[in-house]
Design a protein around this ligand. Structure first.
Ligand code: ATP
Ligand code: MG
Length: 257
């Protein structure tokens, strides 16, 4: 199943936020969205996920979702969005409660999602007992439970310290390795974008327009190796040179607001 952003523009009242954004996320592909603060990245993700109707253009799904998918497009949030009163396994089971699945089948899906995120032994703990990294693993596990075709991730690691981020990036590389799941990955962090994405969509300052689409011509497994460091740094500096001046302007605007 492919996700196609087709000429998406959006305004909030007088504020033009996105301008004619088009790109395709093919099955199993990871597309990162980067751009200066306030350029419309989160708005674009909400539109792609069907939470927000764009002013013009539309997101489209082409092809069938995987047969066992309950929610082809599934969000992973920056602030994890866990239910504090529910245990880890109850959080992961939550999106399956409104399906017609039998308790046994639900349990099997929850077990599988917990195992893939290394949470099996934490299933009865509560979010407040866990570190930030483990909380986000619960958020990811909950997303995996519905067997998404494409994860929609808005700064999923930005609330975490750099070592935890590194570990979760390794988790993502593992989870994305078999190509059965794709992702749209919104981030400020160019290292995350260059480590995880097949292609990086660089947006301009608001109203966000596509400035460039940068491909990362290496497998994700190769990128973890020392030999890849220089290539990845070159990609990051190429993107930074595209957004640096606009990031400065965006930063000034935020401070004067
Ligand atoms: N519901 C809304 N109503 C009005 N304006 C909004 C709304 N949501 C976002 N905006 C504005 O639209 C612009 C784009 O916001 P958005 O959150 O999409 O940017 P972003 O690229 O995700 O920013 P950041 O990098 O800070 O996360 C901003 O100026 C924001 O203030
Ligand atoms: Mg945002």
């Amino acid at each position: 199943m492919d996700l196609i952003a087709s000429h998406i523009s959006h305004r909030f009242g007088d504020l033009a936020v996105l301008d004619d954004v088009s790109f395709t996320v093919s099955a199993g592909e990871v597309v990162a969205i980067v751009g200066p603060s306030g350029c419309g990245k989160s708005t674009l993700l909400s539109i792609l996920g069907g939470l927000l109707q764009p002013t013009s253009g539309a997101p489209e799904l082409r092809g069938d979702p995987p047969a066992d998918s309950f929610n082809p497009l599934t969000f992973v949030f920056q602030d994890f969005a866990l239910l504090p009163w529910a245990s880890v396994e109850e959080n992961v089971e939550f999106p399956l409660l409104h399906t017609a699945l039998s308790p046994t089948r639900r349990r099997a899906l929850v077990d599988d999602a917990l195992r893939r995120t290394g949470l099996t032994e934490f299933r009865t703990t509560y979010p407040k007992q866990l570190s930030g990294g483990m909380r986000q693993r619960v958020g990811i596990s909950r997303a995996l439970a519905v067997k998404p075709a494409i994860l929609l991730m808005d700064e999923p690691l930005s609330a975490l310290d750099s070592q935890t981020r590194e570990l979760l990036m390794e988790d993502f590389v593992r989870l994305l390795a078999d190509g059965s799941m794709g992702a749209v990955y919104v981030t400020h962090n160019l290292e995350e974008a260059s480590r995880l994405a097949d292609r990086i969509v660089v947006l301009s300052r608001r109203p966000g327009r596509i400035r460039e689409v940068v491909s990362v011509p290496m497998t994700r497994a190769e990128r973890g190796e020392t030999a890849a460091r220089e290539k990845l740094l070159a990609i990051q500096s190429q993107i930074w040179s595209l957004i640096r001046n606009e990031a400065i302007d965006a930063e000034r605007e935020v401070q004067h607001a």
